[in-house]
Every structure is written in C-alpha cells, then in structure tokens.
Design a protein around this ligand. Structure first.
Ligand code: URA
Length: 264
C-alpha cells in the first residue's frame, strides 16, 4: 500500500469513528467535516470518486467549488505580472524573441501536501512548469519515497520568474511575488507544506534563516504545518549529496504529520 493509500485508510477510519460517535441523528461535528474533507481530497487527488457522504452544499461549504476559478485567476495574473524587476526582465526577453514564460504553481487543488521551492530555473521558464528540470527529477524520486507522486502534490515557488543566472531572488522580488504564493497556499489549504531550501523557509518565517539549523524542525504558518528541508538542487551538488538521508527523513516526518490527528 502506498503512503497516500495509508493516509486514505487512516482518514476513513477516523471518519467512521466520528460517524459512530455522532449516531444516526444530528449534524456532523466540525471534526467529522474535517476528516470527510480530508478524505475527499485524498480520493480526488488519486483520481478516485469522492468518498465521504457529506453533502457539502448543505453544510454551507461551497468554497470548494471555486478553487479552480481562483487558481486560474492566479495563473492569469502571474503570467502577465510585471510587478518587480524579474517580471520586467521576462517581458523584455520575450520581446527580444526568447520563448520563455512565468511559472505559476502546478498540481491538484485539493491535496493535503504542498511543496514550496525557491524560483524557476532554465527548464522551468521554457516549459512554464515548476520543478520540471534536474532538481525536479530528484524531487520526484524523494516524493516517491513517501508513496506520493508529483501529481499528488501542489508545487509552487517563492517567485514565479527565473532570476538571472539562477541567483537567489532578492527580498523585494519575493516580497512582490508573495501575494501569489499566499493566495495559492490558502486556495489549496494543505495540511502540511514542505519548504525546500533556505529561501522558501525564510519566506514562511519572515526573516533570513540558516537551513542547516532549521531543517527537520516543523513550525506553524497560518494554521498550516511547515517542514523545512534542503533544496533538491543542493543535493545535486557534490557536497550536498550526503544530505539525501536527512531530506528523506524530513519527508518521512511530513508524512507522519499528515497522519496526525490534530483535532481540527
Ligand atoms: N528550483 C526551484 O526552486 N523551483 C523550481 O521550480 C525549479 C528549481
């Protein structure tokens, strides 16, 4: 059984327990709705039909309907954004004939797990898809280690345009792009986010960080648990390779946190 199937089984068990506790009559408790929503998200992300028998409309939860609309609005705005130097530069390069684009988030809109990276690289700005280059291939493998695939998780970056020469995004660039990432995260509302590398962790913490000190130490952003770990591009460097087991450990921790009953 894969990691995501384990989560699904677990969510079914917890939902059943809530239903038994409630009995035949009465409205679902907030906890029951939480587990039902979580189970539905897990099923949807695997392409299965929705599992809970909660009538979301009668519970007043209509917001789920508009996630696609919100996501396409974010996408539209990202693709034409010129709010910082990176956006200006992207447009100048396009006008000069380069076939490049901004790179909005990708992946399902109902999923309990989201990954946040730093910035698109050379391949990403050509394809318009985050983590489709070498770092993405390694990420695919790491995500596979906890029983997920890249299609099961939402993936976004702190900035949506490639910084020249793959330099780190400047604070004013991450600040300018923050509206999109924040919007994307709150639209998807995952249970756990894995922040890949110091730039992503700094985005959530609101100040510069040393990833060697932060990795493996979960913290809360808004109501979401964030697990910091190394960036996969760092693992591709000769001196970064030895950190692979540590990253696998951080992903396993994220899986544990996904399983946790935090009484929401
Ligand atoms: N590195 C990132 O941080 N994001 C990408 O999308 C690709 C590489």
């Amino acid at each position: 059984m894969s990691g995501i199937e384990h989560l699904e089984e677990d969510a079914r068990r917890r939902l059943k327990a809530c239903e038994i506790q409630r009995g035949k009559l009465g409205r679902p408790t907030p906890q029951e709705l939480y587990w039902a929503g979580y189970l539905d998200a897990l099923c949807q992300v695997q392409g299965k039909s929705v599992a809970s028998n909660v009538n979301w409309a009668s519970e007043g939860v209509t917001r789920m309907m508009s996630r696609e609309r919100v996501a396409s609005r974010i996408r539209e705005e990202v693709l034409k954004c010129r709010a910082c130097k990176l956006g200006e530069l992207r447009e100048e390069r396009k006008e000069a004939g380069e076939n490049i684009t901004a790179v909005p988030g990708r992946g399902p809109l109902r999923t309990p797990l989201m990954l946040v990276g730093e910035a698109p690289g050379a391949q990403e700005e050509i394809d318009g898809i985050p983590f489709c280059g070498k770092a993405g291939q390694l990420l695919d493998q790491i995500v596979g280690g906890i029983g997920f695939t890249m299609n099961h998780v939402r993936i976004a970056n702190t900035v949506n345009c490639r910084p020249p020469g793959n330099r780190n995004p400047a604070p004013e660039e991450t600040h300018s792009c923050a509206r999109y990432l924040r919007w994307d995260i709150l639209n998807v509302d995952p249970k756990v986010i894995i922040a890949l590398g110091s730039c992503a962790v700094a985005w959530f913490k609101g100040h510069p960080v040393k990833i060697t000190q932060e990795r493996g130490k979960p913290f809360t952003w808004e109501h979401i648990t964030v697990v910091p770990t190394f960036h996969p591009a760092y693992l591709l460097r000769p001196n970064g390779r030895e950190q692979m087991p540590v990253v696998e450990q951080d992903f396993a921790l994220a899986l544990d946190l996904l399983r946790r009953d935090d009484g929401q």
